[in-house]
Design a protein around this ligand. Structure first.
Ligand code: PLP
Length: 390
C-alpha cells in the first residue's frame, strides 16, 4: 500500500493495522509488558537493534507503535514516540535534546505546565528561556543567542486563541539553525500540519481532540527521525511511555478524528458568530472569524478554525464567574477537545496565580471565558450560553 497516495482519513484509518495470528479486523489489545525471544541469537540481535521488534513495552508495544505510525502518517512525519501524557511528551522532548547551558526561545503564551517547566524546572539545569509576544514574532530574532537551540510555540494558543505564522517560524529556525518545535494540540493534524511549514518536531496532548471523548491521557512527539531517535533513547531509559491500553483507545479514536474535528469546527463557527453578535460580549477570538487579528495567517495554515473560542464578557471577573454559575448544559471542567462542550474562566482558575498584568501579557483578561465547543446539537449549546449571558 503506497500511503502517499491516500487521503488523510484513509491514512488515519488504514495505516499500520496490528493483527495477531487470529486476523482480527479491529486491533486487539496487547497487554504484555515484555515479549519472548526464539533463542540467544534472536535476543542478542534484538537488543543490538539489528532486528526491529518489540522487547519490552517501555521501549515499544504493538499498540503504541500502531498509534505512533498513524500520527506520523497524519502529520507527514518520519518517526515518533508516544508518551503517557502531553506533558511527558513536552518534558521528554526538551530533556532529550538540551544540555546544561542551552537556551530556548518560546512564545510567552504556552500551556501552563509548559510555562512551569521553563520557569521553575529547566533553570535547575541551567537551561534558560526567553519569551516573545505571540503577536509580535518579528521580535524573535532579537532574542536568539549563540546558545539558543530550540524555538517553541503553540498555535492556536491556550487559552487566548492567538495564532502565529508557522511559515515565518520555519524561516527563522532555518536561518538560525534552531530546532523548531510546535505544540499542535489545539489544531490537530487534520486542521494543520506544521511539518509542511518547516517544523522539525510536532507535539500533541492526545488527551484532547485526538481522544476526543475525555477518556484517556496520552501524548506524542513526531518529526525528524534523527531527533526522534534521541527522544526515543532518552525515553526508553527514563520511562514516560504511553500504556498499551491508552494507545489502543487512541488508535481507535484517530479513525474518526477527521469527521469529529470537522463537526467540532462547524459547531464552533456557529457559536463564535452567535457570541460576536451578543451585546454582553465585548470581543470574540476565533481564528476563522474575520475579526481575528491573524485571520489571514489562520486561513493560510489552517483548514478549519478549531473548536476553541475565547470571548470577553462585559463586567470583568465577577461577570465571568456569574456566567459560569448560570451554565446548565455545558460542563465546567478542566479539559478541552471533548465531545461535551466545556466552559472555563481562566482568570479565576488555571491562571489565578498570575497578576492582572501577567495575565494580560499572555492574553487573559479578567472577563475572558474559554469555550471548547463539543459535538452536542449546536442550537442547544448556543441556547445554554444565551441563557447564561442573559
Ligand atoms: C492539555 C495540554 C497539554 C498537556 O497535555 P496533558 O495530556 O494534559 O499532559 C499541552 N499542551 C496543550 C496546548 C494542552 O492543551
Amino acid at each position: 500500500m503506497n500511503e502517499q497516495e491516500f487521503g488523510f482519513e484513509t491514512q488515519a484509518i488504514r495505516t499500520h493495522i496490528e493483527r495477531s495470528q487470529f486476523q482480527e479486523h479491529s486491533t486487539p489489545l496487547y497487554l504484555s509488558s515484555s515479549f519472548v525471544f526464539d533463542d540467544a541469537e534472536d535476543m542478542r540481535a534484538s537488543f543490538t537493534e539489528e532486528k526491529e521488534r518489540n522487547i519490552y513495552s517501555r521501549f515499544s508495544n504493538p499498540n503504541t507503535t500502531e498509534f505512533v505510525d498513524k500520527v506520523c502518517a497524519m502529520e507527514g512525519a518520519e518517526a515518533g514516540y508516544a508518551f503517557a501524557t502531553g506533558m511527558a511528551a513536552i518534558y521528554s522532548t526538551f530533556a532529550a535534546l538540551l544540555n546544561a547551558g542551552d537556551h530556548i526561545v518560546s512564545a510567552g503564551s504556552v500551556f501552563g505546565s509548559t510555562h512551569a517547566l521553563f520557569m521553575t524546572y529547566f533553570p535547575k539545569w541551567n537551561i534558560t528561556t526567553s519569551y516573545f509576544d505571540i503577536n509580535q514574532p518579528e521580535t524573535i530574532e532579537g532574542l536568539i543567542k549563540p546558545n539558543t537551540k530550540i524555538l517553541y510555540a503553540e498555535t492556536p494558543t491556550n487559552p487566548g486563541v492567538d495564532v502565529v505564522d508557522l511559515e515565518l517560524l520555519g524561516q527563522i529556525a532555518e536561518k538560525h539553525n534552531l530546532i523548531l518545535i510546535i505544540d499542535n494540540c489545539f489544531a490537530t493534524p487534520y486542521i494543520q500540519q506544521p511539518i509542511k511549514f518547516g517544523t522539525h518536531l510536532v507535539i500533541h496532548s492526545a488527551t484532547k481532540l485526538m481522544d476526543g471523548q475525555g477518556r484517556v491521557l496520552g501524548g506524542i512527539t513526531v518529526g525528524r527521525a534523527d531527533l526522534i531517535r534521541q527522544i526515543y533513547l532518552f525515553s526508553r531509559n527514563t520511562g514516560p511511555a504511553l500504556s498499551p491500553f491508552n494507545a489502543w483507545v487512541l488508535s481507535k479514536s484517530v479513525e474518526t478524528l477527521a469527521i469529529r474535528v470537522e463537526r467540532h469546527c462547524e459547531n464552533a463557527m456557529k457559536v463564535a458568530e452567535f457570541l460576536e453578535s451578543h451585546p454582553k460580549v465585548n470581543s470574540v477570538k476565533y481564528p476563522f472569524l474575520k475579526s481575528h487579528p491573524k485571520y489571514e495567517i489562520a486561513k493560510k495554515q489552517m483548514l478549519l478554525g478549531g473548536n476553541i473560542i475565547a470571548f470577553e464578557i462585559k463586567g470583568g471577573l465577577e461577570a465571568g464567574r456569574a456566567f459560569l454559575d448560570k451554565i446548565k448544559l455545558c460542563s465546567l471542567s478542566a479539559n478541552i477537545g471533548d465531545a461535551k462542550t466545556i466552559v472555563t474562566h481562566p482568570a479565576s482558575t488555571t491562571h489565578s496565580k498570575l497578576s492582572v498584568e501577567e495575565k494580560l501579557a499572555v492574553g487573559i483578561s479578567e472577563g475572558l471565558v474559554r469555550v471548547s465547543v463539543g459535538l452536542e446539537t449546536v442550537k442547544d449549546v448556543i441556547a445554554d450560553l444565551e441563557q447564561a449571558l442573559a
